[in-house]
Design a protein. Sequence first.
Length: 267
Amino acid sequence: MQRVRLRYTKRGRLRFTSHRDFQRAFERALRRAEVPMAYSAGFTPHPKVSYANAAPTGTASEAEYLEIALAERRDPEELRASLDASLPPGLDIVDAVEARTPDFAELLNASRWELRLDGVDPAEADRAVGVFLAQETVEVRRQTKKGLRAFDARAAVVSLTALEPQEARQRHIGGSDGPDPTLCAILRLVVRHHTPAVRPDDVLSGLRATADLAPPVPAAVTRLAQGPLDEETGTVNDPFAPDRDAVLAASPTAAGQQAAAAPGITG
């Protein structure tokens, strides 16, 4: 049985699809692409698909991940292209790698986000970021299935920065839904995946509570990356890198190079 890991996106209007909506669309794509899936045992077999840390509904993402198990071997890139062609534009399969390492979900321990705040002055956003980061704790409340829950939104934040006004204007592509389309602040956020999970809207709630930053329209949020956190640099790395390294090390070319580099043995 072969396992393949896939990275997919939620772009444009498709960011409003729920995780369950994506699951249904992906299972239809598996059938259209005639993927030789492995199935679970029991009275109601289902295709072996594992999803990891899906983004909230309404949030765009460039870094969503899943893993599938195949009954027959397939080239990961050919599989990626076939599945991508079977999904609607906006739900795009952008990367694939054969799974060679265990515990993939444990590598997804941080996310990098972009928050576009239409109608907010970048200078005001920068001031609010400074106030937020100066706090030791920032308590926010969120409605959950178990009721209203309070937790610290500050502890999970690795970094939070506001783009310079000129860079924010350059990245503000398209019109604004707010009253003043000339204003747009863009924040970059890196958060650890704690329990309970701290989401971008929790950080926005914290900015409102600590610095009275209240965008006139809902923020446009995009997950840019998800993976292992480099604690020294604060960057979020590629979670497929260990699998790619393992595939490369096991390739015949790599084996030949290692043999050529090994010292000869004389009798």
